[in-house]
Ligand binder design. Structure first.
Ligand SMILES: [Zn+2]
Length: 218
């Protein structure tokens, strides 16, 4: 399945296209499509006034594009909260089905869902849910692999990718877990963690996709 226009809007939003130019290469990488497909879709989106497109420089969202992207991201993250809280979904299942639901969720349903869930600030994977006007509450974070050994921190966000989510959930990692690196094997080898008093080992690759509180003074 090729990504549709809404996936492009979300990708540009996540790559910072609210206030800076995002280049085509990054969009192609994110969506895993050929550069030619990106150029074609951006042409369409420009004609529909969803983006400003400067050839050879990049793209950013117009007001219209920004509102559309925000409502998609809100829909996605609110559905994830709903699916996990009320239907017993796993971390990866919630993300998978939210990908589908976000495309068919009218604004009225998003706002009722928000109200029903009592205005959650984060999705179950720790990503901030933007307010309807696009404001987000940003907390400074760093990836776990950069946390110095022996320093206590907390898991705040994880990258939303199916295999990673299943792997982390199997290891008992949840948002808010207290975490401390006990040891780090040489040459990007596995990390030994103290996770809520339990000893857990995870790969270096996974540690690069786990975000923890920013270490003070860094
Ligand atoms: Zn999520």
């Amino acid at each position: 399945m090729t990504p549709n226009k809404e996936d492009y809007l979300k990708a540009i939003y996540k790559l910072g296209g609210l206030n800076e130019l995002v280049n085509n290469k990054k969009i192609a990488e994110t969506l895993q499509v050929a550069p030619a497909s990106v150029t074609e879709m951006l042409g369409k989106m420009k004609r529909e006034e969803l983006i400003h497109y400067e050839p050879y420089k990049g793209t950013y969202l117009t007001d219209k594009g920004m509102h559309a992207a925000i409502s998609l991201v809100r829909g996605h993250r609110l559905w994830e909260v709903f699916l996990m809280r009320h239907l017993g979904y796993s971390w990866s299942e919630a993300h998978e089905d939210a990908e589908l639901l976000e495309h068919i969720t009218p604004a009225r349903l998003t706002s009722r869902l928000d109200n029903f869930l009592n205005y959650p600030a984060y999705c179950p994977h720790g990503s901030a849910i933007p307010h309807p006007d696009g404001q987000v509450d940003l907390v400074p974070m760093q990836t776990l692999n950069l946390l110095p050994v022996g320093v206590n921190s907390h898991v705040r966000r994880v990258t939303e990718e199916k295999e990673l989510l299943d792997y982390l959930q199997e290891n008992g990692i949840v948002i808010g877990s207290s975490i401390c690196i006990i040891g780090m094997a040489a040459y990007e080898g596995p990390l030994t963690l103290d996770l809520e008093g339990r000893r857990v080992q995870i790969s270096y690759k996974a540690a690069c996709q786990i975000y923890v509180d920013q270490t003070e003074g860094l």
